[in-house]
Design a protein around this ligand. Structure first.
Ligand SMILES: [Zn+2]
Length: 235
């Protein structure tokens, strides 16, 4: 098991709550209120210090605007999406925009936006390109959320360049890759631990995390953990 002071909770679908060693609370893709997998105790997220978004689709932006209004947190996203969030009510002081390849440092962590092979829109408008997020905690683990994606060869470079310890990999099929492609992504990235996400939320997301685990552990050394929503993963 990884030795880390970062608290990681998967909240169903692509949503995560991370608490940094300094106690900063970070939500990634906080689709919570309408997410049938999110435990009730995690629905509100009014303890947020930061929201990080992979792309603009509703099942990722989720409750971001409402959480931002309640908590005053920063909302970090790709530039076109960031402007759309402002248009829909996000306060300018809370808005943090960046683009692919860019890294921004916050309290005791930094975030890099990287590519994903997917689309992005918000409120019926083009929201730039979908991305993945590399969250690097100072003197601690590197957590790479792939966002929604298909397999693509750059993942091997990302593995070499960012050396992530923990990766969140979509494998539910239909809107993203399924278990086999996701397992091959793990082989390309070569992280210590992979977490399956974006499965089982809706009937069409049929990818089986057990199949993903079996294939991944056949292809490479990455250990696959299948957490329950709300469970602290390395607690
Ligand atoms: Zn999605």
């Amino acid at each position: 098991m990884l030795d880390t002071d970062v608290k990681i909770f998967w909240l169903g679908h692509s949503a995560f709550k991370l608490v940094s060693p300094a106690g900063k609370t970070i939500y990634i893709d906080p689709f919570l209120q309408q997410n049938p997998k999110t435990p009730d105790s995690f629905k509100k997220a009014d303890d947020a210090d930061y929201i990080l978004l992979t792309h603009g689709h509703e099942d990722h932006v989720g409750d971001s605007l409402e959480i931002a209004e309640k908590s005053g947190c920063k909302v970090v996203s790709q530039v076109e999406l960031s402007h759309l969030l402002k248009k829909h009510g996000l306060d300018e002081d809370q808005r943090v925009e960046f683009n692919k390849g860019g890294t921004i440092s916050f309290d005791d962590f930094s975030v890099t936006l990287v590519s994903a092979n997917h689309s992005s829109s918000f409120g019926g408008e083009y929201a730039g390109e979908a991305g993945g997020l590399v969250v690097s905690f100072d003197d601690d683990i590197i957590f790479y959320h792939l966002g929604d994606t298909n397999i693509f060869a750059d993942l091997e470079f990302y593995g070499e360049l960012y050396e992530p310890d923990v990766i969140a990999v979509p494998m539910g099929d239909y809107y993203t890759m399924g278990p086999k492609e996701a397992a091959m992504c793990c082989e390309l990235i070569d992280a210590a631990v992979a977490l399956p996400v974006h499965y089982g939320t809706f009937p069409v997301l049929t990818g089986d995390p057990g199949e993903f685990k079996d294939l991944t552990e056949e292809y490479c050394e990455t250990e696959v953990l299948i957490p329950k929503p709300g469970e602290e993963i390395f607690g």
